[in-house]
Design a protein around this ligand. Structure first.
Ligand code: CA
Length: 228
């Protein structure tokens, strides 16, 4: 797993990179948004640890730019702890959020959880290379999703959610089951964030407004992919 660390504060950057070194993670680091985008293009990291307050551009811009081509897991590390900031970052395509000041243990737990999610998706791929349900097609081998033969661009988390629902098509999955499967037991992802991801995912899958959504919401319980 390749990690890109983006942080303009030298002391925080040192803390993160020293931790990664000790735990033998493979990483590169950037101290500006421009450098981050260019390293992301040249190194294709699997995971990006991203500070939002950068000298040349806002971290939100970095997420939006990188998301147009990269499926990397993006974990925000920011002093902005408001719910609105978190939701905006998750909406823009980030996968997780750590508020400064953070502990080393927390950082490592989030990285491990990200790793598990990557393994989770790749182990899914072995079972059946292509999933088809109505107008939806998932090619697990290439991580590509199509609706009516048209490619749909999903973020890493949206893709994992879709794979989880697809694997359990017809079954109702509870909020806590989904959160546990996607984020792992160490995570404190809440139902509000899950709802944000699901709303974004459903919007991307909906091609014909007249047609019933393939993903059904069971209020207070969870979500279900309908078998078509
Ligand atoms: Ca900063």
């Amino acid at each position: 797993m390749k990690i890109l660390v983006v942080e303009d504060d030298k002391s925080v950057l040192n803390l993160i990179t020293t931790t990664l070194k000790i735990h033998q993670y493979n990483f590169v680091s950037a101290m500006s948004g421009t450098e981050a985008v260019s390293l992301c293009a040249s190194h294709a990291p699997d995971l990006i640890l991203l500070d939002l307050g950068l000298p040349d551009m806002d971290g939100m811009e970095v997420i939006k730019t990188v998301r147009t081509w990269s499926n990397a897991v993006i974990i925000i590390i920011s002093a902005r702890g408001e719910d609105a900031d978190k939701i905006a970052a998750l909406d823009a395509g980030a996968d997780d959020y750590i508020t400064k000041p953070f502990s080393i243990d927390e950082l490592l737990a989030r990285i491990r959880a990200a790793q598990r999610r990557m393994t989770f998706v790749s182990s899914e791929s072995v079972e059946s290379p292509v999933f088809i349900n109505g107008n939806l097609k998932i090619n697990y081998a290439s991580n590509l999703v199509y609706v009516n033969e048209e490619e749909v661009h999903l973020t890493a988390i949206e893709y994992k959610l879709l794979c989880l629902l697809a694997k359990n098509a017809g079954k109702v999955l509870t909020h806590s089951y989904i959160i546990r499967k996607i984020w792992g037991n160490e995570m404190e992802t809440d139902i509000v964030s899950l709802r944000v991801y699901m709303t974004a995912l459903r919007k991307k899958l909906r091609k014909d407004p007249a047609e019933e959504d393939m993903i059904r919401t069971h209020i207070g319980i969870g979500y279900q992919m309908l078998k078509k």
